[in-house]
Design a protein around this ligand. Structure first.
Ligand SMILES: O=C([O-])C(=O)C[C@H](O)[C@@H](O)C(=O)[O-]
Ligand SMILES: [Mg+2]
Length: 426
């Protein structure tokens, strides 16, 4: 018998959580001792619960709660109606801040960021209702494992005033190679991304060349988050000719990226100048980017991310996947999405290795890295279960950590008061 029942939302819970993070450096500063996330739970009148995960910054939390208040009674199969109600609830909200991306993804759409965890939770419930994994709701998995990349960061040895962490310092090419060896040894990743924009470009080029020597067969990427001028980007792009699989956001803006793309051989990738659908047309017209990094957290969920994938396919652009510090619900959602997106041909980003495995809100065991990839869950829905004790503990951690907005720049300035992250830095 087909399951035709409606599953109407009766309760929405939004719980901010915090988990320990390491002093990872980027061009706007350094990660604080805790990263924030919000866990969204939808409960239906039929007794099903769906999970979503998103940013935990105060402004975003306010918007999630505003949105949540308008969802009572909607059937989880009617995501368009949920999107409409969210647009109505947020009509007066023009804020772009408080989204947990520390100034790096400033043009994404507020309503899409708010919709995302609710859509994921609806898909989780839909899957549970019919006994199918989320990947099936997205057209079916075309691969049973999803590849992720080793996401290297320059980092301090530990948070100032605390003991060194287990990863130690990575402030020069030798230390970065050691970081890569350890990460690849533990997780088996077959591609490497370096978060750049931290040191002068020559030092970062040297680091990439050392990584190339140490890992001759691993595709390499560097992402300075727009820290370089057009001229610097062209120079670095030429120096790394034949070394990178793509160069991610060397400079800011569609015009700047187009000027670089005309002069370098490798594809340019972005999660900064194309972060919403209305930015695709001008980027295509200018041939500014050849790879878009999707991210369901700001593109409006899994279904919209698949629309982005089709657009990339139509215009002959590549597709990869961006990440921020995240927990297991997001990893499950990313894995279902990547599995059901045929043209997602690059290993996806993940911050997963930077988190303590014990710090999560899901019951352990559903997701595991092997050979750099994660098996696509086959249980109904997302295939992950909420660990209520862990949720409570991580909510307490949120309450006591004192952080309410991600602020990499403010934290960095505590140790280097004159620091100015304005792009281009070089
Ligand atoms: O690809 C990217 O731009 C990112 O991963 C952005 C993140 O915010 C990253 O820079 C970080 O975690 O510091
Ligand atoms: Mg990036």
């Amino acid at each position: 018998m087909p399951n035709t029942e409606a599953h109407r939302i009766r309760e929405v819970r939004v719980t901010p959580v915090a988990f320990a993070d390491l002093p990872l450096l980027n061009t706007v500063g350094v990660h604080e001792p805790f990263a924030l996330r919000a866990i969204v739970e939808l409960v239906t009148d039929s007794g099903l619960t769906g999970l979503g995960e998103t940013y935990g910054d105060a402004g975003h939390l306010d918007r999630l709660r505003l949105a949540a208040a308008g969802l009572d009674g909607v059937d989880v199969w009617h995501v368009q109606e949920i999107a409409r109600r969210i647009r109505v609830a947020l009509a007066a909200d023009t804020g772009t801040g408080g989204h947990g991306m520390s100034g790096m993804v400033t043009g994404s759409r507020t309503a899409d960021r708010v919709l995302s965890p609710f859509e994921v939770a609806c898909l989780d419930i839909q899957g549970k209702a019919i006994g199918r994994p989320v990947s099936d709701l997205l057209g079916g998995a075309v691969r049973d494992r999803v590849d992720y990349s080793a996401y290297l960061f320059y980092k301090w040895a530990g948070h100032p005033g605390f003991e060194d962490d287990a990863w130690g310092a990575a402030l020069d090419p030798g230390q970065l190679v050691a970081q890569a060896e350890r990460m690849i040894g533990e997780f088996g990743f077959s591609a490497i991304k370096l978060k750049g924009g931290v040191f002068a470009p020559d030092a970062e080029v040297e680091a990439i060349l050392e990584l190339r020597k140490a890992f001759p067969d691993h595709p390499l990427r560097i992402d300075p988050n727009g820290a370089w001028s057009v001229e610097t980007s062209i120079r670095v792009g030429r120096e790394l000719d034949g070394v990178l699989e793509y160069l991610e956001d060397p400079t800011t803006g569609i015009e700047g990226m187009a000027a670089v793309a005309r002069e370098v051989s490798m594809p340019l990738a972005t999660n900064m100048c194309v972060v919403a659908f209305d930015q695709v047309k001008p980027a295509v017209a200018a041939d500014a980017v050849q790879v878009i990094l999707s991210d369901h957290h700001f593109w409006g969920g899994l279904d919209r991310s698949r629309s982005l994938a089709r657009i990339c396919d139509t215009f002959g652009m590549g597709l990869s996947m961006h990440s921020n510090s995240h927990l297991g619900i997001s990893l499950a959602a990313m894995t279902h999405l990547a599995a059901a997106t045929p043209n997602l041909s690059y290993a996806c980003d993940t911050h997963w290795p930077w988190k303590d495995p014990a710090d999560d809100v899901i019951v352990p065991g559903a997701l595991a890295f092997e050979g750099g990839s994660v098996a696509v869950p086959t249980a109904p829905g997302l295939g992950v279960e909420l660990d209520r004790d862990a949720l409570a503990r991580m909510h307490e951690q949120y309450l006591s950590c004192g952080i309410r907005e991600r602020d990499d720049t403010g934290y960095f300035r505590r140790f280097e008061p004159g620091f100015d992250p304005a792009a281009p830095r070089w």
